[in-house]
Structure formats: structure tokens, C-alpha cells
Design a binder for this molecule. Structure first.
Ligand code: GLU
Length: 492
């Protein structure tokens, strides 16, 4: 081979090699582009999200972290098979910026899709519709329209959908409209300020107000300020879309399996069932009557491995903690036991508070065991319904639920069918016949609410004082630590 030929051959070889290398790089680049963010989440094994402290997003219960958004994000992490890491934002602006700059993979924070935000981030599927509601303190005249807001102290969170909407109203409708924006106050604090009379009004999303209004009996909704708006997770706008696409699939599955509806029912299903007077009366009785029976509730609950606050909530719903209570049908005592039930659980004197509480706890535990195959919290809700209406009727409602294609192990599904037991078409085909099936539905909802209130009032550090005017004079301690979780908390 002469020198020229060899040179040509070497040149050809080099070109081939360079071409192959280029090809491999293109394939790699395309590949990484296709998998992008999703791939890196899967590889790192961590989904990094940002949220904010509020009753509807993320908060610390006594012994666990809760919140609708937190649980939703956790379900997404499980769907991906990775760990969830949570950052808590300092402010709504900080939250959007961290998504925008790719510091976190998404924001799950009860965020409203707003035109302003769409310039900076992109949103996934909407999972809740809300309206913005104007909140005022009862006892003062309720504002009827926007005009009534002029010359008032209206305070909202800075960079919130509420402040953005106010700006829109100011530009389009009412140039004189003015308000104050706070970057250091979260929604609960603003509602607290209205309750205390420190400010006149604030604006809160309907789902947020639903989650807290029982705790603030002095405040009311004046009117819906906005049309319906959508809440959704926020993603990086110009980032690779693979994670967002996977989130879409996740939401689809959650919807198809009814899991999204179930989560919504768990967080919002029992709310707004007791009016504010009911709450005030309850809190009054916490002060007046509960103290006397608390040690007995605690002892009975411990003996039967139950949460004492649940047993106490049942007791309140049954008799308002009155040991001599009596119903028209002859049900008696603090825990309102029937003669048969009292016998079954070894209660000799139903009017004896200690015996009644012990018997009630024992009976409830027995009912709970009948639903042993069902996961919590549905097991407890079904057992409560049985305490109220009888096990047989709950079983009937469960059967109707199955016949109609629902899930008999889900309270959410069964509570829809319980009221059917008043209709001949349905009860004529059941084993135990007619029942006032709507009653256990309200019964369970009330107990869940009383239980929540007890959990709140049972917290060590005082937080929110209700009713600074004296007549109710209840000092109310919040469980949620909505404002006490330090920023940038990581959970692994
Ligand atoms: N949905 C509201 C938003 O997106 C929540 C903020 C707040 O309640 O302060 O801004």
C-alpha cells in the first residue's frame, strides 16, 4: 500500500469514528431530552417539592404531618416510587421563584392558576375549584358589594391570587379600591385578625375557609368575590415536560380510582356541618363539663386502645356530656346506651357516668372490630355510623353500595347510600329494612368535627384566642402549627 492510499484509509477511519461518536452523542442527547426531569427524579430517588404552611396544604399535627397537598404529593412520590422531599416557602413569591428557577420540581401549595403566574410557571391538571370569599366579623354590618370595601382595612397576603384579583378589580372597576398586602401573614392569621377586630376584611379561598371556619365562629363570608378559579400544581415553564406529563397520568389514575375524591372527602367531607352556634356551645361545654369526665374518658380509651378525644366526641354528640340524658326511645346516659347494649357490655347502671363511658368505649371498640378488614379512617367512620343507626343498617347500606358499583369499604361511598334506607324501593329489599339513614351521616360528620375541635384544644401551646369579647371567653389552642413549622424542612 502506498503512502497516499494509507493516508486516505486513515482519514476514512477517522471520519467514520467521528461520525459514530457524533451519532452516539445525538442518541444520548435525544434520550436525555426524552426522559429529562422524570428520569432525573427516578435516578435520584427523590421528588423535591415546595409548599406552604396552611390548613389546606401542609401542617404539623400533634404526631404527624398532614395536609391535602402534602398527601397528594406523597401519593405522587409513591406513584413514581421515590421519596418525597418538602421545602416550605417563605412567601408565595419565593415559592413561584423556586419553581421558575428549577430549584424544586413542582409546587403543591393550593395555588390558583392566575394570568400573572402563567407568565412565570406552567400549571398541571386542576384538582379543585374554589372561589375567593370576602371575610368579615359577625356583629358588624355585612358588606354587600365592592363599594362597601372603600375606606376599610382590607388586608390580603402579598403575591396571592387575592392581591392579583384586587388589582384587576381596581383597574377594571373601581380605581379607588385600596388594600394592604402582608408578606408575613398567612391566611389563618388574617382570619384571626378579622375575628379580633384588628382589621375589617380579608379574602380567603373557599376551600381554606371551609377548613377553618369552625375554629373562628366570629367570622363570616360576606360574598364570593371572584368567579370559580382552579387550583393546580405549578411546574417550571420552559423545563422539560416529562415530569408534568407523568403528573397528568398520576392525576388521571387518582381520578379513575376515586382516590382524588376520597382525599377531598377526607379533608373537606365533614366540614361546615355544624353551624357556628354549635361550635360555640361545644367550646363552652369543653370548659364547663368536659373537665369532670376527661380522666374517665382517658382511662376508658386507654383500656380499649382508643383515642380519648374520639370517645369524648361520641359522648358529646350523644348527650352533650350529661350523665342523666334520656331519649324518647329510652336510650339513656352519657353515652346513650340502649338496655340491650348496656347488658351486652356489662353496664348495670346506665346513669352512672363512669359506667356509661366505659360501656360506650367498649361497645364502640366491638363495632370497630366488626370492620377490621377495612382501613382507617373508614373503619372508624363506619363503626360510628353503626353506633348511631345499628350495625345491621350499615351492613345493608354497604350491600346497596356494592350493588351500585361503589366500594362498600369506603365511608365516602357508603354515606351516599345510607339515606336510601328511607326509600321503600331500597329498604324493602334489605335485611334490616327501613332506617333514618341520613342520621348517621350527620352523626359521623358532627363527631369528626367535635373530634377536630378537641384535637385543636388539646394542644400544648396556646395559639389562637377566640372571642376576645368575654362572653364566650374561650382560649383556643390550635393544633396545626400552621405557622410554627420552620421554613425549608426536609422530610425523607
Ligand atoms: N390560592 C391562593 C393563591 O394561589 C392561596 C394563597 C393564600 O390563601 O394566601 O394565592
Amino acid at each position: 500500500m502506498d503512502g497516499f492510499k494509507r493516508e486516505k484509509q486513515q482519514w476514512l477511519l477517522k471520519s467514520c469514528f467521528a461520525l459514530c461518536l457524533f451519532g452516539v452523542m445525538v442518541v444520548l442527547a435525544l434520550g436525555s431530552n426524552r426522559n429529562g426531569q422524570l428520569e432525573s427524579v427516578l435516578e435520584s430517588g427523590v421528588l423535591k417539592i415546595i409548599t406552604r404552611n396552611s390548613p389546606t396544604t401542609y401542617y404539623q399535627d400533634r404526631d404527624q404531618i398532614s395536609g391535602f397537598e402534602y398527601e397528594l404529593a406523597q401519593a405522587f412520590a409513591r406513584h413514581l416510587g421515590v421519596e418525597l422531599e418538602v421545602e416550605i416557602a417563605d412567601s408565595l413569591d419565593d415559592l413561584i421563584t423556586r419553581v421558575e428557577t428549577g430549584k424544586v420540581q413542582l409546587a403543591a401549595a393550593g395555588l390558583t392558576i392566575t394570568p400573572e403566574r402563567l407568565n412565570r410557571v406552567t400549571f398541571g391538571d386542576s384538582y379543585l375549584k374554589v372561589t375567593q370569599q370576602l371575610i368579615y366579623r359577625s356583629g358588624k354590618p355585612a358588606p354587600a358589594d365592592l363599594q362597601d370595601l372603600l375606606n376599610s382595612r382590607l388586608v390580603v397576603t402579598e403575591h396571592s391570587s387575592h392581591s392579583q384579583y384586587l388589582r384587576e378589580l381596581q383597574q377594571k372597576l373601581l380605581p379607588q379600591l385600596s388594600w394592604i398586602e402582608r408578606n408575613d401573614a398567612e391566611v389563618v392569621e388574617l382570619v384571626q385578625m378579622v375575628a379580633n377586630g384588628e382589621i375589617d376584611y380579608t379574602i380567603v379561598d373557599s376551600n381554606e375557609f371551609q377548613a377553618i371556619d369552625t375554629f373562628f365562629p366570629r367570622v363570616r363570608v360576606a360574598f364570593d368575590l371572584s368567579e370559580q378559579q382552579q387550583l393546580a400544581w405549578a411546574f417550571q415553564k420552559y423545563g422539560d415536560p416529562s415530569l408534568q406529563q407523568e403528573a397528568k397520568r398520576f392525576f388521571q389514575t387518582m381520578r379513575e380510582k376515586g382516590q382524588l375524591a376520597q382525599l377531598q372527602e377526607r379533608y373537606y367531607g365533614h366540614l361546615n356541618q355544624i353551624d357556628n352556634t354549635g361550635t360555640l356551645t361545644f367550646l363552652k361545654q369543653v370548659d364547663n363539663r368536659l373537665g369532670k369526665y376527661k380522666p374517665t374518658f382517658k382511662k376508658a380509651a386507654e383500656e380499649h386502645d382508643l383515642d380519648w378525644r374520639l370517645v369524648a366526641a361520641i359522648g358529646y354528640q350523644e348527650s352533650h356530656w350529661r350523665p342523666r340524658a334520656k331519649s324518647r326511645t329510652g336510650v339513656r346516659g352519657l353515652m346513650m346506651l340502649t338496655r340491650t347494649t348496656a347488658k351486652e357490655v356489662g353496664v348495670k347502671n346506665r346513669l352512672n357516668a363512669t359506667q356509661s363511658i366505659n360501656g360506650g368505649a367498649r361497645y364502640f371498640k366491638k363495632l370497630q372490630k366488626r370492620f377490621d378488614h377495612i382501613a382507617e379512617p373508614d373503619r372508624t367512620w363506619l363503626a360510628l355510623a353503626a353506633y348511631n343507626v345499628g350495625l345491621g343498617h350499615v351492613r345493608d347500606a354497604q350491600n346497596i353500595t356494592t350493588e351500585q358499583g361503589g366500594n362498600a369499604n369506603r365511608w365516602m361511598d357508603v354515606k351516599e347510600r345510607l339515606p336510601l334506607l328511607t326509600k321503600k324501593k331500597y329498604y324493602s329489599k334489605t335485611r334490616y329494612g327501613y332506617a333514618r339513614g341520613y342520621e348517621p351521616v350527620t352523626y359521623v360528620q358532627n363527631i369528626r368535627r367535635f373530634y377536630d375541635l378537641l384535637v385543636w384544644s388539646d394542644q400544648p401551646e396556646p395559639s389562637y384566642a377566640l372571642g376576645n369579647e368575654g362572653e364566650e371567653g374561650v382560649i383556643f389552642t390550635a393544633s396545626a402549627g400552621f405557622t410554627t413549622i420552620p421554613p425549608l424542612t426536609s422530610i425523607n
